[in-house]
Design a protein around this ligand. Structure first.
Ligand SMILES: [Zn+2]
Length: 117
């Protein structure tokens, strides 16, 4: 199974970067977890947030966040609408389901005597 976080959107923050103190570099990214197997694809409600500074090119981990950053991030989190949960069967799953149905149907027809060998 492949779990990956898909980038949904990025918002710029006007706060000071805790590393380089620039007010122009902070970018908050929203990512949503997506599961993919051979049989299905699913979008989950699992969301992660990443704060990066474009000016000094560093990832700002929550331990480095100032109160101001925390407040803005909190606000952005509340304003964020994630993609709806979804679940999609892949073609392989459909083929399996349909051939399973066909087998069951054959079995029934055979049992009631419509098909004779
Ligand atoms: Zn910075």
């Amino acid at each position: 199974m492949k779990n990956q976080y898909i980038h949904i959107k990025t918002e710029s923050l006007n706060n000071h970067c805790p590393e380089c103190f620039s007010t122009e570099g902070l970018q908050l990214s929203f990512k949503q977890k997506h599961n993919e197997t051979r049989f299905y694809k699913a979008m989950t409600n699992d969301i992660t947030y990443e704060l990066k500074c474009e000016t000094c090119n560093s990832e700002i981990f929550p331990v480095r966040w100032t109160n101001d950053i925390e407040r803005v991030v909190d606000y952005k989190k509340k304003a964020f609408t994630p993609k709806p949960k979804s679940f999609k069967l892949k073609r392989l799953a459909w083929i399996l389901l349909i051939s399973l149905d066909a087998l069951i149907l054959l079995g029934i027809l055979f049992a009631v005597g419509v098909i004779k060998i």
